[in-house]
Write a protein that binds this ligand. Structure first.
Ligand SMILES: *[C@@H]1O[C@H](CO)[C@@H](O)[C@H](O)[C@H]1NC(C)=O
Ligand SMILES: *[C@@H]1O[C@H](CO)[C@@H](O)[C@H](O)[C@H]1NC(C)=O
Ligand SMILES: *[C@@H]1O[C@H](CO)[C@@H](O)[C@H](O)[C@H]1NC(C)=O
Length: 203
């Protein structure tokens, strides 16, 4: 009786496993055949699954992985079934111009703090155009040229701190230093004085 129970349980489990694997296979084939990106070149694996991309993401090697794909295929390469990567300076202008026909993905909404959208997190074109107009003057080419020495100075300190870390410990936390650098620059541009996070090495 007990044996029968175990047998029927394992039968049920294997039954479910077959169903799940079958469904995964079918959905893979479906994604591959019906995807509007299917004519874009890329490795076979990226047409069916994002497994290698995810693996490289976990391994911290996505930039190298994508760079290597550009070398092997062409400026436009399919990196996962529903995502392509484009390495082309003209495409940057086309994609990011004000009246571009390409909208941001919903991923950017995750950058919002709370429910308030910002110029970075919004995917709403009208909201973005409005905010961008308000910011246009300070970030115009001529304003930026005037601020260049101030920004270059902060960049220099950040690079020095990173270098000192590497000399002293063999490793560094670049995220921390870029964050300090950006915060100091924002402080100086917004309030007229830096928070001096770079110099003091803490928040
Ligand atoms: C997966 O990515 C690595 C690079 O990190 C690459 O060397 C390898 O060929 C890729 N595998 C497949 C099946 O494309
Ligand atoms: C994973 O990362 C290590 C260290 O960066 C690298 O040497 C290795 O080639 C990576 N694996 C693949 C398959 O890219
Ligand atoms: C901004 O200035 C740089 C150099 O100062 C120049 O190369 C670039 O073309 C300018 N961009 C625009 C949009 O005017």
């Amino acid at each position: 009786m007990e044996l029968l129970g175990i047998l029927s349980t394992s039968f049920l489990i294997s039954h479910w496993l077959i169903c799940i694997i079958g469904a995964a296979l079918l959905s893979t084939i479906y994604r591959r055949l019906t995807n509007s990106l299917s004519h874009i070149p890329g490795p076979e694996i990226s047409k069916c699954t994002d497994a290698n991309y995810t693996y490289n993401w976990l391994n911290g090697t996505v930039p190298m992985y994508i760079h290597q794909l550009h070398g092997k295929y062409c400026p436009t390469v399919r990196i996962i079934p529903d995502q392509i990567d484009i390495c082309d300076t003209d495409a940057v202008k086309e994609t990011h111009k004000t009246n571009s026909q390409f909208s941001k993905t919903t991923f950017y909404r995750k950058l919002a703090i709370g429910n308030e959208p910002t110029v970075f997190s919004t995917t709403d074109r009208h909201f973005h155009t409005h905010r961008r107009r308000l910011l246009a003057s300070p970030i115009s080419n001529s304003s930026l040229a005037r601020l260049e020495p101030l920004i270059a100075n902060r960049v220099r300190i950040a690079v020095e701190k990173i270098t000192m870390d590497i000399i002293a410990h063999g490793v560094t936390d670049v995220f921390k230093w870029w964050l300090f650098m950006a915060t100091d620059i924002i402080g100086e541009l917004t309030f007229g004085d830096s928070f001096r996070m770079l110099e003091s090495s803490h928040q």
